[in-house]
Design a protein around this ligand. Sequence first.
Ligand code: AMP
Ligand code: ZN
Length: 118
Amino acid sequence: MSECIFCMVANREIPSKVVFEDEMVLAFDDIAPQGPVHTLIIPKDHYADLGDGVPTELFGRLMDTVVRVAEIKGIDTSGYRVIINSGRDASQTVNHLHVHVIGGRQMSHGMVNFAENS
Ligand code: AMP
Ligand code: ZN
């Protein structure tokens, strides 16, 4: 049994709403969506964050999957925001690399909110 929650999702040890998968990645809906569409894409293998020796091919596959998820979710023409929180200052909470795909509603232009006490 894995200790990492997204390894557990990848291994189907805990349930998720799967949107897409292939041999390298799994896309599933976020449990606490921040928009009408909020899907996460993870590598099936464990990498803690962007700096954890991720192979170039996997980076490509993750981005291919972003485009695919947007099509599946019907937000490819309306647009969407892609977010990767990597490390402490980005407030990454799950230490298994994941890509957020968020859309389905107009967003404001600002992207970054700093913590008030930082
Ligand atoms: P981050 O803050 O970038 O690490 O994002 C972690 C995301 O994972 C948050 O948006 C959570 O709502 C989401 N999350 C945590 N546990 C689960 C889960 N079991 N299934 C789906 N999404 C999850
Ligand atoms: Zn993991």
